[in-house]
Design a protein around this ligand. Structure first.
Ligand code: NAD
Ligand code: MG
Length: 391
């Protein structure tokens, strides 16, 4: 393979570089140093990995979210040219810099929203893993991206699949999209089983190795609900054009059905490095030696309706999708609080749904919220959800 010397190196800002998405994105960058460099790395608490990454990739700057770890990072990088920042505000400051060409939005949760918005305002293309950004403020984000002519390239595997199916197609020809869901570790289980589920069991996803929050969201099917909302904004769809189907093998990553009934699917072995490198390199495709799916091996691909009565989080997310306004933001905030409480063994698995449902019913509906109003809805929902659990 020879390097294409005509294409300049794309400088990537990795927000959430120590996470599952961030570390896999760095693997992609390390394997393609003729195409990409890492210019910004950010981490919330894992200073040791951040330091290691900084020593390997020599970025322009790093941010450690936890300010108590600033000195540790600063001292460890004293003999390098890497600038070191700390704290939440620094994430926004570095997103406004011009030392990078594309942001990989790999922070988990609501915390990813403000830096991503700043990058869009700064005219930087986004490779978007942080689905919560679109769940909370999809309309505002997409409008801002449109105004700034900033492409938002999905990293979420389902959305990458849909994006790939849509290349070369007129968007008005889309009848519906079909989001595939693995079903998670509790596929086929009923509430009498789920009531006793513990953290460690819920963290064992059958097909994907991911961060803790999204792994729990996958087990409750909230992840698929968040992805429906994400898809609505990314592809400008009506709620009734978004269908979910359980496909436990995770080989078809999602599908698009066109107005002539034709269906395109994007397939492959489940490996997040593929959608990550597709988003980073778009419109190019990069060679790699990742394992290939082999149709000749014994295999069966199956499909089933999701069980909305058992996995009520998905039904709640569908309600929020239909209702719109600040409801997806409230859903997301309550879910984040409940998932972290579950991860700390403070509430049971089914309580997550209870907390989300009660929060949605409690917080006042705003049909067309401003960004400020979304911040307020988020804060209100978090404090109400926490009060339910006496956190
Ligand atoms: P993770 O928990 O493994 O990593 C999260 C990263 O965000 C870490 O680098 C952490 O330091 C940083 N972070 C956490 N809280 C922060 C805060 N308050 N402020 C600033 N930074 C913070 O998560 P992940 O699995 O890599 O997921 C990241 C995002 O990508 C999520 O939105 C998730 O839904 C999405 N996503 C992940 C996968 C996957 O395979 N992991 C697939 C699709 C989408
Ligand atoms: Mg996904």
């Amino acid at each position: 393979m020879t390097a294409n010397t005509n294409t300049p190196i794309k400088r990537i800002a990795l927000f959430g570089s120590t996470g599952s998405i961030g570390t896999q994105a760095l693997d992609v960058i390390a394997a393609n140093t003729d195409k990409f460099s890492a210019e910004i790395l950010t981490a919330q608490t894992n200073h040791e990995l951040l330091i290691k990454q900084a020593l390997q990739f020599n970025p322009n700057c790093v941010v450690i979210g936890d300010e108590t770890k600033y000195k540790l990072v600063k001292d460890a990088l004293a003999n390098t040219t890497v600038k070191v920042f700390a704290g939440e505000a620094a994430l926004i400051e570095v997103a406004a810099l011009n030392c990078y060409d594309m942001m990989l939005a790999g922070i988990v949760g609501y915390a990813g929203l403000k830096p991503t918005l700043t990058a869009i305002e700064n005219g930087k293309p986004i490779a978007l893993a942080n689905k919560e950004t679109l769940v909370v403020a999809g309309e505002i984000i997409m409008q801002k991206a449109f105004e700034k002519r900033v492409p938002i390239l999905p990293v979420d595997s389902e959305h990458s699949a849909i994006f790939q199916c849509l290349v070369g197609e007129g968007r008005s020809r889309v009848e519906k999209i079909i989001l595939t869901a693995s079903g998670g570790p509790f596929f086929g289980k009923k509430p009498n089983f789920l009531v006793n589920v513990k953290r460690d069991h819920a963290l064992q996803h059958p097909n994907w190795s991911m961060g803790a929050k999204i792994t729990i969201d996958s087990a409750t099917l909230m992840n698929k609900g968040l992805e429906m909302i994400e898809a609505k904004w990314l592809f400008n769809l009506k709620p009734e054009q978004i269908q979910v189907i359980v496909h436990p093998q995770s080989i078809i990553h999602s599908m698009v059905q066109f107005n002539d009934g034709s269906i395109k699917a994007q397939m492959g072995l489940p490996d997040m490095k593929l959608p990550i490198q597709y988003a980073l390199a778009f419109p190019q495709r990069i060679d790699n030696d990742f394992p290939r799916y082999d149709f000749r091996k014994p295999n069966t691909l199956t499909f089933e309706e999701p069980d909305l009565r058992t996995f009520r989080n998905l039904a709640l997310a569908m309600d929020a999708l239909n209702k719109g306004g600040n409801m997806p933001c409230v859903l997301n905030a309550a879910n984040e609080i409940a998932v972290y409480a579950f991860l700390k063994n403070r509430i049971g698995f089914l309580d997550i749904t209870e907390v989300v449902e009660r929060s949605i019913n409690k917080i006042s509906f705003i049909e067309k919220p401003t960004l400020e109003e979304l911040f307020e809805s988020d804060a209100e929902a978090r404090s109400f959800a926490a009060s339910l659990m006496q956190l």
